[in-house]
Write a protein that binds this ligand. Sequence first.
Ligand SMILES: Cc1cc2nc3c(=O)[nH]c(=O)nc-3n(C[C@H](O)[C@H](O)[C@H](O)COP(=O)(O)OP(=O)(O)OC[C@H]3O[C@@H](n4cnc5c(N)ncnc54)[C@H](O)[C@@H]3O)c2cc1C
Length: 409
Amino acid sequence: MGFDIVIIGAGIAGLGSAIALRNKGHQVTVLEATTELQPVGGIIVLQANANRILDGLGVYQALLPSCTKLPQGPSTRRYDNGEYLVKKPADFHEKEYGYPLWPLHRAELQRVLYNAAIDRGVAFRFGNRVVSIEDDDTSVSITLADSQRALKIAADVIVGADGVESQVRRSVGSDACSPIDSGMTVIRGFISEDTARLDPETAVLMEEIGLWCGPKASIAIMPVRLGENTLLGFDCCYRRDEVIDDEQGKEQCVKHLGQFYGEFDSVVQKVLFQAEDVRTWRLMEAKPSSWGGGMALEDGAVLAECLERAGHLKDISGALNMFQMIRQPRCTRVQEWSARKGRRATLPDGSEQMERDTNLKSFNGWMKLGATRNIGELPEPESPAWKPWLSGYDAVRVANRELDRIYGT
Ligand SMILES: Cc1cc2nc3c(=O)[nH]c(=O)nc-3n(C[C@H](O)[C@H](O)[C@H](O)COP(=O)(O)OP(=O)(O)OC[C@H]3O[C@@H](n4cnc5c(N)ncnc54)[C@H](O)[C@@H]3O)c2cc1C
C-alpha cells in the first residue's frame, strides 16, 4: 500500500530517499528550510556502493555528464615531496566493485537528484523550516515555522533527513546523537580549469584524484564539474588548535592555509594560493547516526525496501525497526572508520606515520592480487577486507536478504 510520507530536508539523504520511496508508489512530500536549492559545497566522491544505488534508483545515466572521469586515482601521497604511497589507475575500482569511483560537485548531485524527484512526482515545499514533531501514538504531525504562522501537517511516516543539526532527532529526544565538534576544519575551494592548465605542474592534477597526508593537515585535490564548467577543487582538512570563526572571508582562509600547508609539496601550494573561491566549514560528528553522502543514498534505498514489507499502517513501526537493525552496524562502522581515517591522514612524522605509510603501500600489492568480497562481515579498519566491504556492498540486496530471512519470504 502507498503511504503518505513527509521527508524533512532536501539534501542528499532527503532526495535519495524521496526517489526511492516514490519509486515504490508512496506519496512523498519534501519540506526544505531554504527557499531554493543552494549550489554550495564542494567535492563529493561517489564510490561503487553509492553508484549502485543511483543506478537502482534510475538516476545514474542522468548523473553521468556531471561526473569527472579520470585516468588516475584515488592516490595517496606524502605531503612534503609528493611521493606516492598508493597509486591506482581509476578503472581499478569499477573492475573490482562493479561501478566506478568518481568525484563530483555536491551541488550537481543535489540538482540531478532534485530533477529526478520532480520527474517522478515528489512534491517540494521550500522555505518550510520544521520546528517540532509531535507523535501521539496514533498519528504524527509536524509544526512548521515561518515569520507569520505555524502549520500542521499529518503523515504516516516522517523521515528526518535534516542534516547534522537535525530538529527531527531533537524531537524524538535523542540527545546521544547531538553533534560534537570533531576538532577538524575543512576549507573547500576551487581554481578554474584555465588557471590549472596554465602551469604543467597543476595541469596534471586535472587527471587525478589525489590526497596528500601531512602533519595536522591533509588535502584532497581533483577536478569536478559544475554546470558547463570544470574546476580544480580542493578540500583542506586540518586539526585546528583554537576555535576559529566558520564564516571566514577569503583572506582569513588563505592565512590559515599558509599556516597549515606551508611545508607541503610545491604543487599543493600553487593550487592553494591561486584559489578563486574558498569557504570554511567546521567538521561535526554525531554518534551514531550522522551518516555521509554514500551512506545517505544507501539509507534511502534500504528504507524504501523495508517499508515495502509493511502492508498496513500498523506494520510501519516494525518495518522501521528492521531499517534500524539492518543499517546501524554498517553506518556506525563507516562513521568510526571515517573519523579514524581523518586522524590517520594528519599524523605528524614519526613511528605511527611510518606504520601508516607501510600499510598504505601494502595496499598496492594487495590490490594487484585481487580483492575478496566479505560483504557479510564487519572488517577491521585498514584490513584488506575493508575496501571491498565498503565499495563492493550492494545495500539493497543485503537488506532484502535480511528482510526475507525475518519475514520468512
Ligand atoms: C551546505 C552543505 C555543503 C556540503 N558540502 C559537502 C561537500 O562539499 N562534500 C561532502 O562530502 N559533504 C558535504 N556536505 C555534507 C554532505 O552533503 C552530507 O553529510 C551528506 O550528504 C548527508 O546528507 P544529508 O542529506 O543527511 O544532510 P545535508 O546535506 O546536511 O542536508 C540537510 C538538508 O536539510 C535541510 N534542513 C535542515 N534543518 C531543517 C529543518 N529544521 N527543516 C527543514 N529542512 C531542514 C537543510 O537545509 C539541508 O538542505 C555538505 C552539507 C551541506 C549542508
